[in-house]
Design a protein around this ligand. Structure first.
Ligand code: B12
Length: 226
């Protein structure tokens, strides 16, 4: 972040903590006009606010209603940022030699903020992304992967009770003989490299930035192995 924008980043953080949607959207507009890095602002300005709210929720300082409210503002800000960066729903805008990624939050899980950020990073790196949203059952993920002929399937799980869906997907793909058609990637707060290895997924990352480099690494490895 450039020094001249440090106040703006602080204001962005506070707008999420204070739950002030008008101010948050006004900050995005101002940042765009002033030439700030909007993705940096989203992740490290508004994102810092999101983390602070998450911490407060974990420490029981705020209620679930306040958390949901802050989350909704974070989503509006994310949408506004993506639309200014022309990243929203860009599937199809990429040439056919670019890699196609299917993303979904697994069945029983409604957490989609992290996955949406991963989708935006992949799109900005030139990947074509099909985002199936949240609460997506394994069978639906596999059907869509085949229909869209994707290279990578990435799943997100935020609950200790739902990460087992990632294991279920690996098993399903193996049993239906489709496992070798795809690279699989897993993510979400409770997911670890160890978990990825245990279930037989090809890649794991704990951040959107690393998800892009991991995806590129796995694609180039697959191309070499061909
Ligand atoms: C926001 C939030 C919510 C919001 C979700 C809104 C939304 N649309 O997403 C609301 C309020 C709706 C919610 C509901 C619930 N939540 Co909640 N929630 C959170 C919270 C505070 C933040 C999650 C978040 O957005 N993080 C920010 C993003 C950017 O990070 P991220 O998701 O980890 O994603 C990054 C990486 O993991 C990675 N990544 C993510 N996905 C992928 C995918 C791939 C392929 C790759 C490569 C990488 C990758 O890149 C991302 C970007 O850097 C967490 C606490 C926490 N500190 O994590 C609890 C938390 C996840 N929730 C929790 C719980 C229990 C629930 C509820 C069951 C209700 C409740 N009692 O709170 C319900 C779940 C309902 C359901 N069926 O899903 C628990 C889970 C506990 C557990 N061990 O299972 C947590 C940990 C809070 C807690 N300490 O209790 N929640």
């Amino acid at each position: 972040m450039e020094d001249r924008f440090s106040k703006l980043f602080e204001e962005a953080k506070n707008s999420i903590i204070e739950g002030d949607e008008d101010l948050a959207l006004e900050i995005v507009k101002r940042a765009d006009e002033e030439g700030a890095d909007l993705m940096d602002l989203l992740l490290n300005g508004f994102g810092a606010g999101n983390e602070a709210v998450a911490d407060d929720f974990d420490k029981k300082k705020i209620s679930i209603a306040e958390l949901i409210y802050a989350t909704e503002i974070m989503k509006s800000v994310t949408e506004e940022t993506f639309s200014l960066l022309d990243l929203a729903g860009k599937a199809g805008a990429v040439s056919s030699d670019k890699c196609r990624v299917l993303l979904a939050t697994v069945a029983g899980d409604i957490h989609d903020i992290g996955k949406t950020i991963v989708a935006a990073f992949l799109r900005s790196a030139g990947f074509e992304v099909i985002d199936l949203g949240c609460e997506v059952p394994v069978e639906a993920i596999a059907t869509a992967a085949k229909e869209f002929n994707v290279d990578i399937i990435g799943t997100s799980a935020l609950l200790t009770t739902t990460i087992k869906e990632q294991k279920k997907l690996e098993k399903y793909l193996r049993e239906t003989g489709e496992r070798n058609n795809y690279i699989t990637m897993v993510g979400g707060a409770p997911v670890t490299q160890r978990w990825a290895e245990k279930i037989g997924a090809d890649g794991y990352s704990d951040s959107a930035r690393d998800a892009v480099s991991k995806a590129l690494e796995l694609i180039s490895k697959k191309n070499k192995d061909r």
